[in-house]
Write a protein that binds this ligand. Sequence first.
Ligand code: FAD
Length: 394
Amino acid sequence: MSLTLRTQIGIVGAGPAGLMLAHLLRLEGIASAVIETRSRGHVETRVRAGVLEQATADLLVETGLGDRMRREALVHGGIELRFNGAGHRIDFQDLTGRSIVVYGQQEVVKDLIHARLESGCEIHFNVAAVSIHGFDSAQPRIRFHAGGQPREIACDFIAGCDGFHGICRPSIPAGALAFYERVYPFAWLGILAEAPPASGELIYANHERGFALMSMRTPAITRLYLQCRPDEDLDAWPDRRIWDELGTRFETAAGFRLAEGPIVQKGVTGMRSFVAEPMQSGRLFLAGDAAHIVPPTGAKGMNLAIADVHVLARAFRSFYRTGSEDRLRGYSAACLRRVWRAQHFSWWMTSMLHRVGGDSGFEYRRQLAELEQVTTSRAAATSLAENYTGLPFE
Ligand SMILES: Cc1cc2nc3c(=O)[nH]c(=O)nc-3n(C[C@H](O)[C@H](O)[C@H](O)COP(=O)(O)OP(=O)(O)OC[C@H]3O[C@@H](n4cnc5c(N)ncnc54)[C@H](O)[C@@H]3O)c2cc1C
C-alpha cells in the first residue's frame, strides 16, 4: 500500500521553476510538496543558464534570497556585439536604466534549496516512476517511488515544473494542447574554464566561421560557447582545438586575447524554440521549460521559468484567499504574452548571430548590416537593451 501525503500544491521538478514556486507559496502560507528525480548534488551542480534579468534578481532580493547573490554576483550594465574584427558596446544602463546580473543557475538553485530546508520544508529527491493522475478532477494525485516504496501526494493542484523532458506535459491528453516548434540546424559547444573572463561583460561574436559567446560565472571562471553542429562529436574537440577556434572567432584588429585555463566541463546544447499552448489542463499548470524552450542566445530560459511561477503563485494566492479561479484561468494567457516576446527576441538574436550552412554569403552580409544598425542606431540598440534586460514582472 502506498503512503499518501496531503498538501495544497504538488510540485513536480526541483529546477528553478519548481523551487521558486515552492518558495513563493511558502511566503504566502500555502503548503506544497516538491518531488525531484535527481539527487540534490546533481541539481546543485548542473551548469546551465547564468544571466538574471533585473526583475528576476529583484524578486530574489524581495523574497529574502538576495544575500549571497548580492555578495557574489556580477552586475553588468551592457554587453558587447563583436563583428568584422571590432567590438561595439550596447549600454543597457544608458538606454534603459536597467542592468543584468550574472549569477549561475546552480547558485540560484542552491539558494532556493537552502531556504526551503531551513524553513523546515522537505524536498523529495531521487524519486522514481513519477506519474500524475486526476488533474481533470478536484482530487489530483502524484504517484512515485521513494526508496523503492510507492508513495502518493494528494493535492488541490499540480504544478508541472519538470522541464522539457518531464512527464507532466505528455500526460495531458492528445489534442488538448497545441505545439509550436522550430529546431535550429546548429548547436552550442559550451565549456566552463578555470580562467578569468577576458572582458568585464558578455561578448556575442558573429564570425564567418560561426557564432561564439564569452560569458562568465565568477571573476575566475569563464563560460564560453562555440556554434557547432547538433550532432557534434565532443571527442573531435580536444581542449587545444577549442581554444584555437575560440581565439579565431573572438579575434579583433586590436589583438584581443582570451585568457586560457583548464576546461572543467564540456557539453553540446541543441537549439530549439518551443511553446505548448495553453500552459494548463484542468488542475495541472505547466511552468518553465515544461511549457516552453528558447534558444539560449537571448538568456531567457531561466528568467521565463521564474516569471511563470511568479504569476502562478499569485493565482494560487488569489484562489486560496477569495475562492475565485479567475486568475488561475488567466494564468496561461498572462504567461504567454511574455513567452512570445522572449521567443521573438531569442529567435532574432539567434538569427542575427549564427551562420547557416549553405549560405551563399547573402545571409552573412544581411547579418552584418543588421549588426551595423543595432550598434549605430539608438532606437535599434534600445530595442535590444529593453528585451535583454527584460520586462518588469506584472
Ligand atoms: C542542457 C541545458 C543547457 C542550458 N544552457 C543554458 C544556457 O547556457 N543559457 C541559458 O540562458 N539557458 C540555458 N538553458 C535553459 C535554462 O537552464 C532553463 O530554461 C531552465 O533550467 C528552466 O528551468 P525549469 O525549472 O523550468 O526546468 P529545469 O531546470 O529543466 O528543471 C526541471 C527539473 O525537473 C526534474 N524532473 C524531470 N522529470 C521529472 C519527473 N518525472 N519527476 C520529477 N522531477 C523531474 C529535472 O531533473 C529538473 O531538476 C539550458 C537548458 C538545458 C536543458
